[in-house]
Design a protein around this ligand. Structure first.
Ligand SMILES: Nc1ncnc2c1ncn2[C@@H]1O[C@H](COP(=O)(O)OP(=O)(O)O)[C@@H](O)[C@H]1O
Ligand SMILES: [Mg+2]
Length: 300
């Protein structure tokens, strides 16, 4: 079972942050303890999980280029409670923009920086069921540190031709790092995100991907929906912003399809999903799932 999961693509704007935040929240609602690491200087995930909470941007040079002393130091200096039960967070920081210079200068000293994050986070491995890592776009030294810290990598892709080059590059980078850093990291697959599943463009692109990357295409695609941008305006994961909605349901099915939720935790998730009944009668407290972007039913 992959416990440290990174959302990584070379392309930006493909739903890495949206997916990592919602994966983390679905797992937490299912009863798993989750640590979220925001490795993006834009800090969108931190905003989603920690809006209104007091925290200091951590010194990422320590986390990425030096050995943290022990788990206590990690908790004191880096890890904060998020706004959501069972999710702790290492917030992002604007210094991540320039962190590659620190990483490069440390690597000149012969220090093995690529595996440093992995070792540091490993100090709290037993305290969490899952660690979700959101990353910056591009193939940078920082994303390479993130890949080395992961047991598994997931890649959201858009239904366009531009996503393609990003994925082939990532697969090569993973193979290279497995060899050069002797880490065991699995490419768990790619999934379409933010797509209009009834459009001919999506169907064509998906077919092409399935022909060329069959084994790597995950069986659930995430539908485009305006509720997603609304949820970011409210800094809420989809299960809170719109619990019974097509796109929310897509994320739940995707998490389940990866086998990340065992039966006992799935029961807890099911209980959370039960429509809440108004005191007087049978009326659900939220509107039934509208089919996002007008595309209902199962797909994938
Ligand atoms: N399923 C979706 N439906 C509608 N908008 C989406 C969906 N997924 C992502 N978005 C929007 O697309 C933009 C990019 O998503 P984001 O998760 O920030 O990408 P990344 O982290 O890869 O740069 C954001 O504005 C987000 O709100
Ligand atoms: Mg992002």
């Amino acid at each position: 079972m992959n416990k440290f999961i990174g959302f990584i693509t070379e392309k930006g704007g493909v739903s890495k942050t949206m997916s990592s935040v919602n994966f983390a929240h679905i797992l937490a609602v299912s009863g798993y303890r989750v640590l979220f690491i925001d490795l993006d200087a834009q800090m969108n995930a931190t905003d989603m999980l920690m809006m209104g909470t007091e925290y200091e941007c951590p010194c990422y040079t320590e986390l990425l280029c030096r050995r943290v002393k022990d788990a206590d130091s990690l908790y004191t200096e880096f890890i904060y409670e998020s706004n959501f039960e069972l999710i702790d967070c290492i917030p992002g920081s604007p210094i991540l923009k320039d962190i590659i210079y620190d990483i490069h200068s440390e690597s000149q000293k012969g220090f093995s920086v690529f595996t440093c994050l992995r070792q540091n986070i490993g100090l709290v491995r037993d305290d969490y069921d899952y660690v979700m890592i959101d990353t910056n776009p591009g193939d940078t030294t920082l994303t390479r540190c993130a890949i080395c810290a992961c047991d598994g990598v997931l890649s959201p892709i858009k239904a366009d031709n531009f996503s393609f080059s990003g994925v082939t590059g990532l697969l090569q980078t993973i193979i290279g790092l497995k060899q050069s850093c002797n880490v065991s990291v699995e490419f768990m697959g790619m999934f379409f995100a933010d797509v209009n599943v009834s459009s001919s463009g999506y169907k064509r692109v998906k077919e092409w991907y399935e022909e060329n990357y069959g084994e790597y295409i995950l069986p659930v695609s995430i539908r485009h929906s305006v509720q997603v941008s609304d949820s970011t305006l409210r800094y809420l994961p989809l299960l809170v912003a719109c619990r019974r909605h097509g796109t929310t349901d897509d994320y739940i099915r995707l998490v389940r399809s990866l086998g990340l939720i065992d039966d006992a935790h799935d029961k807890r998730l099911e209980r959370y999903l039960l429509p809440r009944r108004a005191k007087s009668g049978q009326v659900p407290s939220e509107a039934p799932a509208d089919n996002a972007a007008g595309q209902g039913g199962s797909h994938g």
